[in-house]
Ligand binder design. Structure first.
Ligand SMILES: COc1nc(N)nc2c1ncn2[C@H]1C[C@H](O)[C@@H](COP(=O)(O)OP(=O)(O)OP(=O)(O)O)O1
Length: 161
């Protein structure tokens, strides 16, 4: 099972998305994020991934935990993804080998170029709400070739620190 983070940086009416340049979800839009490393907290992971992928610095205390998403593949847990939201950052986004950053109006988030589950939970996160859900994929590895088949989602979730 993979444990990962995603971080959505909001600035006014815009959100910072990346076009992923390699690995899982390559070619699709997402928030900056990636896999948890040994010894790291979830917040440290989210801040590190944002720094590595787009060059922004985010104070750990400014990361609000906004979601816990479980992605299953053929009935087994594939990834647990912890979603953060923040309005606090330092620097300007830069493109890297992993990611091409883009400020996108929240009203125009390109859900047709994102993971199929995103349209179900990301609007709530961008409104400042919290979500907890399970999203089922079928069809074998890799996850980004599998078909999204079912979900269960709650808004107003609370998380242990
Ligand atoms: C299944 O639906 C998903 N939706 C969304 N929005 N994001 C997802 C989904 N499944 C996985 N993800 C996220 C989780 C991670 O943030 C990234 C994948 O990260 P990656 O595998 O590229 O991890 P890194 O640590 O950055 O990779 P390297 O090993 O290349 O450094 O997608």
């Amino acid at each position: 099972m993979i444990e990962a983070t995603l971080c959505f940086v909001v600035d006014g009416d815009d959100v910072l998305l990346i076009e992923k340049r390699r690995g899982l979800g390559e070619g699709w839009y997402n928030g900056p994020g990636g896999k948890l490393e040994d010894g790291e907290t979830l917040r440290e992971c989210a801040a590190r991934e944002v720094r590595e992928e787009v060059g922004l610095r985010i104070p750990l205390e400014a990361l609000e935990q906004a979601g816990e998403l479980t992605f299953t593949l053929d009935g087994e847990v594939h990834t647990v993804c912890h979603v953060f939201r923040t309005e606090t950052y330092d620097g300007e986004p830069v493109a890297t080998e992993e990611a091409h950053p883009e400020w996108v109006p929240i009203e125009d988030v390109p859900y047709d170029r994102m993971w199929d589950d995103d349209r179900l939970w990301l609007p709530a996160v961008l409104e400042g709400d919290t979500v907890e859900g399970t999203f089922a994929f079928e069809g074998g590895r890799p996850l980004d070739d599998a078909e999204f088949v079912d979900y269960d989602l709650e808004r107003g979730a609370s998380f242990e620190e």
